[in-house]
Ligand binder design. Structure first.
Ligand code: SF4
Ligand code: SF4
Length: 149
């Protein structure tokens, strides 16, 4: 009888993962570096295509990841016990998916074994954003998008 092995993200809860496992969940999409607007009345989150100017537009990586809050004080750190705050992440984000007991997508590099798959599947923000140092903060509402929810 064939035995199907479970991947660590199927076997462990977010709380049980070690640091390396936790970090490897990030697919590198860059969507969490997009500016978001929150409806004060409903709490609904709207993503814009305005991105933090520190993000590398080609790799969609943060060049200051380890010390990012020194550059952007309100840049988020995700925690396993974040609760409702997981709603601040895009619905495709592995951390949110696992928090919601949903499977990872096939394009996730942990499954595809190819870090480029998040880009070739059209999930990353590569080539789709405006930098926040070129957009007036009061105009963000005009940049709301529907390709990230
Ligand atoms: S949205 Fe999630 S998976 Fe994508 S870059 Fe941010 S933390 Fe990583
Ligand atoms: S500081 Fe880095 S991680 Fe934070 S929003 Fe900017 S690019 Fe993204």
């Amino acid at each position: 009888m064939a035995v199907k092995t479970q991947h660590f993200w199927e076997r462990l809860s977010l709380q049980e993962m070690n640091r390396a496992q936790w970090e490897s969940l990030c697919d590198g999409c860059g969507r969490c570096c997009l500016h978001k607007l929150e409806d004060e009345d409903t709490g609904d989150i709207y993503f814009t295509d305005v991105v933090c100017h520190y993000m590398d537009k080609q790799t969609c990586q943060c060049p200051h990841y380890a010390t990012r809050q020194a550059y952007v004080p309100n840049c988020l750190t995700i925690y396993p016990d974040w609760g409702e705050k997981f709603n601040w992440l895009p619905s495709t984000c592995a951390y949110r998916l696992l928090h919601e007991d949903k499977p990872l997508f096939d394009w996730h590099p942990l499954i595809s074994q190819d870090p480029e798959s998040v880009h070739s599947a059209g999930i990353s923000v590569r080539g789709k954003t405006f930098s926040d140092d070129q957009v007036n903060g009061e105009d963000f509402q005009q940049y709301i998008i529907d390709w990230v929810k």
